[in-house]
Design a protein around this ligand. Sequence first.
Ligand code: AMP
Ligand code: GLY
Length: 429
Amino acid sequence: MKVLVIGPGGREHAIVRALLADPFVSEVHAAPGNAGIAQVVPVHSINANDPAAVTELARSLGSDLVVVGPEAPLAAGVADALIEAGIPVFGPTKAAAQLEASKAFAKQIMAAAGVPTAMAKVASTADEAAEALDAFGAPYVVKDDGLAAGKGVVVTSDRDAALEHAQACFDAGGTVVIEEYLDGPEVSLFVLSDGSTVVPLAPAQDFKRIFDNDEGPNTGGMGAYSPLEWVPAGLVDEVIERVAQPTIDEMARRGTPFTGVLYCGLALTSRGLRVIEFNARFGDPETQAVLARLKTPLGGVLLAAAKGELATIDNLHWASETAVAVVLASANYPDTPRTGDPIRGLEEAEALDGVHVLHAGTALNGDGAVVSSGGRVLAVVGLGADLAEARDKAYDGVSRLALEGGQYRTDIAARAARGEIVVSAGSEA
Ligand code: AMP
Ligand code: GLY
């Protein structure tokens, strides 16, 4: 099977790496990829958000499957164009990708499907925003109603800061969703769907804030680990039963079936399970940790989803080890990241036992050296017998790397490794 992977990031490098380990996959191509992906497969510099360009490339390569990584090509209708051309695609249509592209749409689907989520109000003026903030009280949660790469959300106890964020979204021509605050630990669960059948991957946890101890602004994600020893037994079944299957069924009922990954961003609150958000794609950097443990060949699973045949696949197999992914980001991320800085130590980090390095914002400069080209630059993945060992390996890898001004969190998976994450027994509401 020949597979084309669309996207430029660490998530796509993880997908490419998993596909290369699949004995049924004969050829992998990527577009546009990055410097790390280009070391392992041919890359094609097309505009990945252009449905016609992606379809043309897939056709010329004779791709049996196209896997779309990021949200932007999905929202632009890349999957629709591939379906139209008769090429199997893993990733939702533009209509189904609204589950991520519009938070207001996601709330409507959840309401219709009876999926537990935070109470929310849509606001399009400063007065409406103020009213909604006061209705829910502090801490305040204000979300840009559109794609914002995880950075459109402000959670604050400062009412003025909450209003300011809402105003900035209005000034940019948008609306906001204001929500009740959800307490409790967060879980990312990726659920594969072929439009009707759902298959969960292993739960992961993401670290959204830029600094240790969850301080500073939100980012796309600074690290992740999987699996989660501390989640209640039965959590995955509960998410399938109460969240994923009802959502997939509701999308099918509306004539916009969802094929691809339904990323369920969840909070395990004191009042029970709640959806924080849906995404219509694999998470980054959770995928780097999750796929590091997947033993089942990935290509066949994604093809089965694309073809509506998920009900026919065997149970997924997972390595017993734990995976920790630590992101190395560039200077000044998540603001305007500085780019063009050389990265050293890649080979040394890769050579460590149980460590691999996945590229995100990397490129080759004129001299053929690997340099930073985006906000999140690399993810170092460590696999170990337990969380402590996986962390040691990932951070050993990070210590071999040099990127001027580079930033990384030192506490990825640290609280879980110390056994400090507590899920309060949520009485259901
Ligand atoms: P989102 O883009 O919706 O995933 O939000 C980004 C991050 O903001 C989430 O991962 C949470 O950490 C935080 N967040 C979003 N919504 C809420 C909420 N209702 N209550 C508490 N934290 C939230
Ligand atoms: N890691 C969060 C996301 O992919 O949206």
